[in-house]
Design a protein around this ligand. Structure first.
Ligand code: BDR
Ligand code: CA
Length: 329
């Protein structure tokens, strides 16, 4: 079977960077484009990080398309305390000579989906601004996209930005509203689930044994992310939300799904960005998502580490150069 075409809509971001690397390490999928929006860091920083992470993974041929810098209505909201000053924690990557795509992210999404109806999977792991505008510009993508896997929302869990709201939905709740009400085939992987998908320092130490710049990058990026998760949430490790969403494009049996109507609060300042699941069917609204209600964390973490080790072998052979110091250069 030929690899499944996949686009990653992202705000790179530490776990976004890990999702890019997982896509490169996974023969079941072909990453055809990376589309970027503002979120964890600014749009410009996200585009830079996307290019540099692709170069790290020896994949500078994959286009990185800059999209929308700001949420539709809300003011910009970035997360330097979570992802570091420019988005990649303590990691400093060499600057890729590759240039961003001349095509806007919104048009990149539309053109790719319309060129291959029923074939393109979108992993949307950032505020949904690019996708919302793509739907408004070309509504036919709603029926033409194969599947959209969204990392976002806190349904029955506390939020990670406000007591109620998860980051990606909080940053652009109006975009999330457009996407949730669009009729697209959506899988929703919420923070309820991803908060428990933890990579620990022991996992990172195992990966470091593979040597070379990719494990070094992952160690430097996740050291910052682990510190944040420990200090803010008391977690033993960091939640790798976005790679888990990406993995569902090629290993859907990691997740158990429940068909559900999900809405998002866009009016109240106190509760804005809260995602609401109608588990009892009281709204009598037709389901609009397949919500991930369970996930095989252990199998996924093993898969992630093994794929990163395989990526190192793929790029550097069996004996990559051992890098020193605490940077990724
Ligand atoms: C989501 O928000 C971002 O900080 C992460 O990259 C992830 O996409 C988790 O709430
Ligand atoms: Ca993200």
């Amino acid at each position: 079977m030929p690899p499944r075409q996949i686009i990653l809509d992202t705000d790179p971001g530490i776990d976004d960077a890990l999702a890019i690397l997982l896509a490169l390490a996974s023969p079941e999928v072909e990453l055809t484009a990376v589309t970027v929006t503002g979120g964890n860091c600014t749009l410009a920083e996200g585009v830079r990080n996307g290019l540099d992470v692709l170069a790290l993974g020896d994949a500078s041929h994959i286009p990185v398309a800059a999209g929308v810098a700001l949420p539709l209505i809300r003011p910009p909201f970035t997360a330097p305390e979570t992802h570091g000053a420019t988005g990649l924690g303590y990691a400093r990557l060499p600057t890729s000579p590759a240039k961003p795509s001349p095509k806007h992210a919104v048009d990149t999404l539309i053109d790719a989906i319309m060129a291959a109806p029923g074939e393109v999977t979108l992993a949307a792991v950032a505020p949904l601004t690019n996708l919302a505008l793509a739907i408004r510009k070309e509504p036919r993508i709603v029926k033409a996209v194969r599947q959209v896997i969204i990392m976002g929302g806190a349904i029955r869990a506390d939020g990670n930005v406000t007591p109620l709201a998860e980051f990606n939905v909080f940053v652009d709740p109006h975009a999330a509203h457009i996407v949730l009400h669009s009729g697209m085939p959506l899988i929703l992987l919420p923070w309820d689930i991803t908060s428990k998908i933890l990579i620990t320092q022991a996992d990172v130490d195992r990966l470091l044994q593979a040597g070379g710049p990719i494990p070094r990058f992952i160690a430097d990026a996740t050291r910052f992310y682990i510190e944040f998760h420990q200090q803010h949430f008391g977690f033993d490790g960091c939640s790798i939300n976005d790679p888990a969403a990406l993995a569902l494009a090629f290993q859907p049996d990691l997740a158990q799904l429940q068909t559900l109507f999900v809405d998002v609060e866009i009016a109240s300042e106190t509760t804005i960005g809260k995602t609401i699941g109608d588990f009892l069917g009281v709204t009598q609204r037709a389901p609009n998502v397949q919500l991930v209600v369970d996930f095989d964390n252990e199998r996924f973490i093993t898969l992630f580490i093994e794929r990163m080790e395989a990526l190192v072998r793929q790029i550097h052979g069996d004996a990559p150069a051992i890098s020193s110091g605490n940077t990724s250069q």
